[in-house]
Design a protein around this ligand. Structure first.
Ligand code: 6PG
Length: 492
């Protein structure tokens, strides 16, 4: 730790913010804050990490102060103190808060910038506010590069805490192409972390849809890596333009130095996950939101992880050989339309989930504003988020994204191609769980009549659960079996 960067050197001035947790995201956020003119005090549980940071990435940056204890960190801060936590979600957050509390005064602000579960955030906010402290749960997206150059920031918590940090967070956030910052107050309690969780659920779906499209190109269309790379790069020039499509093209263009083969072919097909996609699916189930594609994307990762079992099953469970199904009639343009339509229906599910959560928790989420927050800096940043913003500007009460005139025209226009892709995948035995689940969502949502009448009858048959009739109000029960005949339908 250099003298110029030591706590004593700047104690009089008082740092604007403290940051605990110097992982890659934490380090890059500190450098971002410092670049924007903020004085930042930093602490990490393993003090050698602080020393390495100060001697490495922070070397020569005057307004970063390394602290070797929590007490030292807190004493370096201007009041009211603002302390951002960039530690692993879960018990580590509670542990750091407990260590901090004895050194804090009423009005000081703790900002959790990790991927915490929004219910934990709401609990922590309530507990700390009861003690006079202020708390913000802030979703930060964009990976290492975003943290350094400008992430998308999704803050939730008490409004006055937000006001005390809004200029700092807005300054370090990404800016949308229109120039607006990708950072805006979302609502009280866990609202910010909820929106970040849905961002990640959508991220899982986006990645799964792209992966299925790549798999279809490879297995059914027989394209080589170079052709796929060119196609994704070309798609990135149009309405599909997004960070994830862009990096997909770059990934496909990468060669493994050790073997000379495409890098992507050298990577095991076993996907990891840290839990935010799962939370999104769980929350959709809890709130009764129809979000099947969000869940499918999580299941697809679980299936990928069971690789040994899949390889053993592959020898025993034959399916059609892709090359045996000739003339499946799918073009690259069909695939592009299928991907876009499926993506729109998946985002519709994510926005529906946020609408229901907003009602349930009383957050009054601004759905168009959230689309704008995701327009820059984050992993799912994409041109089409501008369209979502426009859709909610046209109609803030929009029931479902696919009812907006622009999205309706894309999905209705693309559905034939989409059906061709899903049908060809089924015929050639290529799993496309997200593409097909999104299509089932569309076909369910657009149908007035679904087969749930039969489900209601079954429920009433075996459990007297009652049902509604199409021709009369109220709830009814039928005595289904008397000598095999229906004998009555009575209101209950
Ligand atoms: C982001 C990302 C990030 C997430 C990783 C890994 O917005 O910057 O969503 O927060 O942690 O993408 O997530 P999984 O390990 O669950 O894939």
């Amino acid at each position: 730790m250099t003298e110029s960067a030591g706590v004593g050197a700047v104690a009089g001035a008082g740092a604007h913010i403290g940051l605990i947790g110097l992982g890659v995201m934490g380090q890059n956020l500190v450098l971002n804050m410092a670049r924007n003119g903020y004085r930042v005090a930093v602490f990490n549980r393993t003090t050698s990490v602080v020393q390495d940071f100060m001697a490495g990435p922070a070397r020569g940056v005057d307004n970063i102060i390394g602290a070797t204890s929590i007490e030292q960190l807190v004493s370096a801060l201007a009041t009211p103190r603002r302390i951002m936590l960039m530690v692993k979600a879960g018990s580590a957050v509670d542990a750091v808060i407990a260590q901090l509390e004895p050194y804090l005064n009423a009005g000081d602000i703790i900002i959790d910038g990790g991927n915490s579960l929004f219910k934990d955030t709401a609990r922590r906010a309530a507990a700390l506010e009861a003690k006079g402290l202020r708390y913000l749960g802030v979703g930060v997206s964009g990976g290492e590069e975003g943290a350094l150059k400008g992430p998308s920031i999704m803050p939730g918590g008490s409004r006055d805490a937000w006001e005390a940090v809004s200029s700092l967070l807005t300054d370090i956030a990404a800016k949308a192409p229109s120039g607006e910052p990708c950072c805006a107050y979302l609502g009280p309690g866990g609202a910010g972390h909820f929106v970040k969780m849905v961002h990640n659920g959508v991220e899982y779906v986006d990645m799964q849809l792209i992966a299925e499209t790549y798999f279809f190109m490879r297995e059914t269309l027989g394209m080589d890596v170079r052709q796929m790379q060119q196609l994704f790069a070309q798609w990135n020039q149009g309405e599909l333009e997004s960070y994830l499509i862009e990096i997909t093209a770059e990934i496909l263009g990468k060669t493994d130095a050790a073997t000379g083969k495409p890098m992507v072919d050298m990577i095991m097909d076993r996907a990891g996950q840290k839990g935010t996609g799962k939370w999104t699916a769980q929350e959709a189930l809890d709130l009764g939101a129809a979000a099947p594609t969000m869940a499918e994307a999580v299941f697809a990762r679980a299936m990928s992880a069971a690789r040994d079992e899949r390889c053993a099953a592959a020898a025993q469970l034959p399916g059609p050989k892709p090359e045996s199904v000739g003339g499946h009639g799918v073009s690259a343009d069909d695939l592009k339309q299928a991907l876009y339509a499926a993506k729109i229906c998946a985002y519709a599910q994510g926005f529906e989930l946020m609408k229901l959560a907003s009602r349930e928790y009383g957050w009054e989420l601004d759905l168009g504003g959230i689309a704008l927050l995701w327009r820059g800096g984050c992993i799912i940043r994409a041109q089409f988020l501008e369209r979502i913003k426009e859709a909610y500007t046209r109609n803030p009460q929009l029931d479902n994204l696919i009812l907006d005139p622009y999205f309706r025209q894309v999905v209705v226009g693309g559905q034939e191609a989409w059906r061709r892709v899903v049908a060809a995948a089924a015929q050639t035995g290529i799993p496309v769980p997200a593409l097909s689940s999104s299509l089932a969502y569309y076909d369910s949502y657009r149908r007035c009549q679904l087969p749930a009448n039969l489900i209601q009858a079954q429920r009433d048959y075996f459990g007297a659960h009652t049902y509604e009739r199409v021709d009369a109000p109220g709830w009814f029960h039928t005595d289904w079996l008397v000598d095999g005949d229906v004998v009555s339908s009575e209101p209950v």
